[in-house]
Each structure stands twice: as structure tokens, then as C-alpha cells.
Design a protein around this ligand. Structure first.
Ligand code: GDP
Ligand code: CA
Length: 325
């Protein structure tokens, strides 16, 4: 079975671990979000690709959920001693090695797809990890300037997320460079040739939204013969972890499972979803989702451990079979 997953960082990779447990023999392609990418101190950093790589490769910090286990912070401390900015981004020593290899290969002329493949070899990744695009796309957020009251400015998504914890009001989210970006080699094929396309409980705006926004990818999802099944990242009226509600508000979408389903839209009306899993506590929203032309089922959606997450993956694949019939 060929499965293609459109994934952000923590939500996406946690789900994929469950998927691997549920279907150990499946051939899984992960299309990763690269709109979070940022250049710091000359190093190209790809937070979501690295979260997938470290999580599935066994190198992730379990405590933090991002970055490396057994990390040390000497480089960060030394940079701070020199007084250079930014100081708010957590670049650990082990992690820096990844960014050095990546930057060196990019500078030598390799595309991000080839670089990612090379990095993943070390981790013996049980999936194929593709960036959404080899072209540079960077999410910027127009916010109330935290330092100049009454003014607005555009800042990099990482500054909004990591430095300001999404606590400054976001007015607009712009994926800079996206209009001219091309899907990375293999992405459109992985969507067209999949048996099932999965949208994990990832951020609908700045993870899955930016992947779908690369010209050609949304159309490929609309047109694939495979059922497309998503899992809600929202339970009740808020994100399970993180601050997805803030970026949903910035694009005018309520933080409910039903509003996010409508934001993705049904494939019967030009959207990307055939099926949508919501949490059992949200089952009252099922009728409204079904009314939008999306097959819906309520199951427990808290990824508390691998067994529960595997059951979610299983439910998604069963819904795909029901949709196919
Ligand atoms: P990021 O790139 O690291 O922000 O990660 P993703 O975009 O892949 O996923 C972030 C989303 O995952 C957030 O909107 C969370 O609400 C969602 N999420 C995290 N943990 C869980 C969980 O246990 N269950 C569900 N349903 N969603 C979750
Ligand atoms: Ca991310």
C-alpha cells in the first residue's frame, strides 16, 4: 500500500509514528512543509523537515518535541556572548551539524530534495521524506509591531511563533515566494499514485496550507484517484498543542473541527477532503461536516501514545476504504 502524507512538524511526525505502527509494510511518502524554513547565522534551517527526520529516525528530544535528544547549547551561548541576534531561536550543537551539512550541500548546488535524502540516510528513515518544493518559500506574518505601538510590520513566521509565541495580533499570513515555487521532484507523482492521501493533525494554515498552496499541489490532491482523509488538529475550541487557533483566526477560520473541515473543503465542491476524522467529544459537529459533503467519523484524536495514534491511523485508513466504496 502506498500512502502519501502532507505533514508539518510535531503533529505530522507524531501521527506518522502511529501510521508506521498501524501499517508497518506500507510504502510511505511524506511531503514536508518547508515554509517554516529560515536562514540563521548563514545556516539554512528546515524546522518541519528536521522534526520529521529526528522523530522518525529516533533522534528527537522527547521532552521538547523538537531538536535533538542529549542536546548541548555551547554554540548558542557563544553567539550570545558576541551579542549577535537572534537569541530567541534554539540552535543546539547537535542540531547545528544538520544545518551545516544542509547549507554546505545547498551551496554546492544540490536541491533541497537531494539534500534531505542525504540527511535522511544517516537516520535510516522508514519513510521517503520530500520537501514540498526545492524553491524557497517563507511564511511571513503581518503583526501589530510589538516594539512600535500603532504600527504594523511583517515578520518571519519563526519570529512570530518562537519569539512572540503568537501573542501579538496577526493580521495577514503571506507565504513569500510561493506563487513562483514548483512542487519538488516526486511530489505530484506521490499524490497521483498513492492508494490513500492523508492529512494528519497538522496546522491547517502554516503547515498543510502552505504545502497545498504550492502551485500544482492542491490540484494534484483534488485530482488523485486516491481517497483523501484528514484528521482534525482541533479538539473542542482549541488546538491540542501549540497555537494553531491564532493563525486560523488570522485567516478568518474558527477553531473548531467543523470550521477547519470547511476550510479544507470537500472534493465534491473543489476542496481537498473526502473524509475527516473528528474527536469523539466533537461528534455533535458531524452533521454539519457531512452537510458540507465530507464523510465524517468521530474517534479519539488525542495522540497520547503510539497505540492510540496507531488506532487513529487505522481509523483514517478504514474511512478511506469506506469512501472508496
Ligand atoms: P508544527 O509544524 O510543529 O507546528 O506541527 P504540525 O503543523 O504538524 O502540527 C501542529 C498541530 O498539531 C497543532 O495544530 C495541534 O493542535 C495538533 N496536534 C498536536 N498534538 C495533537 C494531538 O494529540 N491530537 C490532535 N488531534 N492534534 C494534535
Ligand atoms: Ca511547523
Amino acid at each position: 500500500m502506498r500512502l502519501t502524507v502532507l505533514a508539518g512538524g510535531v503533529g505530522g511526525s507524531t501521527f506518522i509514528r502511529g501510521l508506521l505502527k498501524a501499517r508497518p509494510d506500507a510504502e510511505i511518502t511524506v511531503v514536508g512543509n518547508t515554509a517554516d524554513d529560515i536562514t540563521l547565522f548563514g545556516l539554512r534551517v528546515c524546522p518541519d523537515l528536521d522534526t520529521v527526520m529526528y522523530t522518525l529516525g529516533g533522534g528527537i528530544s522527547k521532552e521538547r518535541g523538537w531538536g535533538r535528544e542529549d542536546e548541548t547549547w555551547v554554540i548558542k551561548e557563544e553567539l550570545a556572548e558576541y551579542g549577535v541576534e537572534p537569541t530567541w531561536f534554539g540552535l543546539g550543537d547537535r542540531d547545528v551539524a544538520t544545518h551545516l551539512v544542509r547549507t554546505q550541500m545547498l551551496d554546492a548546488g544540490y536541491g533541497l530534495t537531494a539534500v534531505t535524502e542525504a540527511l535522511c540516510q544517516r537516520w535510516k528513515l522508514p519513510v521517503r521524506l520530500l520537501p514540498m518544493s526545492d524553491d524557497r518559500v517563507e511564511t511571513h506574518v503581518v503583526v501589530d509591531d510589538p516594539e512600535q505601538p500603532g504600527k504594523r510590520k511583517a515578520i518571519h513566521f519563526q519570529e512570530y511563533w518562537v519569539r512572540w509565541h503568537a501573542e501579538v495580533t496577526a493580521h495577514q499570513i503571506v507565504a513569500v515566494g510561493q506563487d513562483k515555487a514548483k512542487p519538488a521532484p516526486g511530489v505530484l507523482e506521490a499524490i497521483a499514485e498513492a492508494d490513500v492521501v492523508l492529512i494528519p493533525p497538522s496546522n491547517p494554515v502554516v503547515s498543510v496550507g502552505t504545502i497545498l498552496g504550492v502551485p500544482g499541489i492542491r490540484d494534484a490532491v483534488r485530482e488523485t484517484k486516491a481517497p483523501v482523509i484528514g484528521l482534525s488538529p482541533i479538539i473542542g475550541t482549541g488546538p491540542v498543542r501549540g497555537m494553531a487557533d491564532k493563525v486560523l483566526a488570522a485567516v478568518g477560520v474558527a477553531s473548531t473541527a467543523s470550521a477547519v473541515a470547511r476550510f479544507y473543503g470537500s472534493r465534491t465542491t473543489g476542496g481537498v477532503l473526502d473524509g475527516w476524522l473528528i474527536d469523539t467529544s466533537d461528534s455533535i459537529q458531524a452533521d454539519s461536516i457531512a452537510g458540507a459533503g465530507i464523510h465524517v467519523q468521530a474517534v479519539p484524536l488525542w495522540m497520547t501514545d503510539e497505540t492510540t495514534t496507531a488506532a487513529m491511523a487505522d481509523a483514517a485508513l478504514n474511512l478511506a476504504e469506506a469512501v472508496r466504496r
